[in-house]
Design a protein around this ligand. Structure first.
Ligand code: C2E
Ligand code: MG
Ligand code: MG
Ligand code: MG
Length: 281
């Protein structure tokens, strides 16, 4: 009987695995068409200066409006895009779209070069030999001032092939593009190496910011990351800020900027433009 039960369990497991694999394959094939069918969109989440209270820029976040499934979360499709290499095409697409959009807003609202656009880069993109060329091309094409572009990398990208990564990052910095480390504190990066990378900004992961305010559980960690950033000549942005109390504490700790639902959820292009108009510099 034990054997029978085991077999039944195995069959259930097998069916679940099979359904999962079919689902992944379907998503993968749909994702291939998503760009051509214009199902990908960019949302823009405002980033706010904690010293002036003003809008400093936006983070561009991918959205997929699937024809039958509806909204598919980036948490679900970015890993597929990375595994299949589709992230190269998609990553280039959002970079161009985001740069084009910011430049349009700068012209329409006479912003000169005052706002920035942050774009997430995947590790595949960072390792692509033509990355620098492509970015150069996008900057030229969209006429965006390169100092208005910020690229977000994660700690895990700083672990392998350090020399090559430093070289790529230095070339980007040479073009005045800003570099941020996203979700900082979750990737166990080697702190003694951090100063070797030409990084401008540490973005404090949401999971730490979450737990200040009411509970003071992570106040020490948040404070340490802000101090670390400043010691290394970088600035700190808090991610996932949801309450006034969190804002107050972050200000008291000297955190430079913040992003989160307290200020605004990620917005459609249209709503982001309204946000600019109502928070005019
Ligand atoms: P991320 O780069 O750390 O982006 C921040 C995520 O936190 C976004 O989720 C945003 O909607 C969410 N968020 C912002 N404020 C709050 C808040 O106050 N509370 C809560 N609970 N969440 C908040 P989203 O848009 O679902 O994106 C998830 C991740 O997918 C991103 O994390 C990023 O790693 C990845 N991603 C999104 N767009 C791209 C892209 O164009 N390229 C690449 N390579 N990755 C992307
Ligand atoms: Mg990010
Ligand atoms: Mg993040
Ligand atoms: Mg995150």
């Amino acid at each position: 009987r034990a054997k029978e039960a085991g077999k039944a369990r195995y069959e259930i497991f097998d069916r679940v695995m099979h359904a999962h694999a079919v689902n992944q394959l379907q998503l993968e094939s749909d994702l291939r068409d998503a760009i051509a069918h214009q199902e990908l969109l960019v949302n823009y989440q405002p980033i706010i200066s904690l010293t002036t209270g003003k809008l400093t820029g936006f983070e561009a976040l991918l959205r997929w409006e699937h024809p039958s499934r509806g909204f598919v979360s980036p948490a679900e499709f970015i890993p597929i895009a990375e595994e299949t290499g589709l992230i190269i095409t998609i990553g280039e697409w959002i970079l161009r779209e985001a740069c084009r959009q910011l430049h349009t807003w700068q012209l329409q609202h006479q912003l000169s070069n005052s706002l920035t656009i942050s774009v997430n880069l995947s590790s595949k993109q960072l390792r692509e030999p033509t990355l620098i060329k492509k970015i150069e091309q996008i900057i030229n094409e969209t006429k965006l001032n390169s100092s208005c572009l910020k690229l977000e990398l994660t700690e895990s990208m700083l672990i392998d092939n350090i020399e090559a990564v430093i070289s790529t990052m230095s070339q980007l910095r040479g073009k005045e593009i800003h570099l941020s480390i996203d979700d900082f504190g979750t990737g166990f990066s080697c702190l003694s190496y951090l100063h070797r990378f030409p990084i401008n900004t540490l973005k404090i992961d949401r999971s730490f910011v979450n737990r200040i305010g009411e509970e003071n559980e992570n106040l020490g960690i948040v404070k340490t990351i802000i101090t670390l950033a400043h010691e290394l000549g970088m600035d700190a942005i808090a991610e996932g800020v949801e309450t006034q109390q969190q804002v107050n504490q972050l200000k008291a700790l000297g955190c430079d900027q913040a992003q989160g639902y307290f200020f605004s959820k990620p917005l459609s292009g249209e709503s982001a433009e309204l946000f600019i108009a109502t928070h005019k510099i």
